[in-house]
Write a protein that binds this ligand. Sequence first.
Ligand SMILES: [Zn+2]
Length: 203
Amino acid sequence: MRFSHLALLLLATCGRSGAPDLAAYPAEEGLTRLCNNPAILGETVAPISNGACGIEAPVAVRYVSGVRLSTPATLNCRTANTLADWVANDAQNAVKKLHSRITGLRVLASYACRTRNSRPGARLSEHALGNAIDIGAFTLANGVVLSVEEDFRKPGKEGKAIRALHESACGPFGTVLGPDSDRYHYNHFHLDTAEYRSGAYCR
Ligand SMILES: [Zn+2]
């Protein structure tokens, strides 16, 4: 009896539809729905304006589609929505062969007023506009952690899964950079919603 109750509770709260029930999250976290999207939970943030950098209506995202972010990500709503959709669909599909689900993202960076790769004189980074998030690892429900740095070069199903995650982000995000792009991305995926006429740039 207890087991069936638990199973019902899990079914009711695990957010398969990408729309987790607010009641499933600890009340003390004070989370609200963001960007008119029930799949995005976190806190609103005051507008950010800092020279060429800034976000008009920033949000601090704590959960997307039932998946917990290791640290709140400050993003604009377009990017938060893209992240929520990608996690709910393409990203979960990419780990299906591991017979588990993504439950956490290790976030290495989101909004930051800086140039690309923090190089002096380089173009403004998409991070400076709230268009980008850097993800270093994916935590699965079964305890497995898929790390960009540790697993991207590995054969086997974990390596395949993290490469599938990289590929799955290409399209939903306009730019996807990983360890094959340059030395700055050896330990994370850079995902941003910049749009190019030539289509998505993924490497
Ligand atoms: Zn980045």
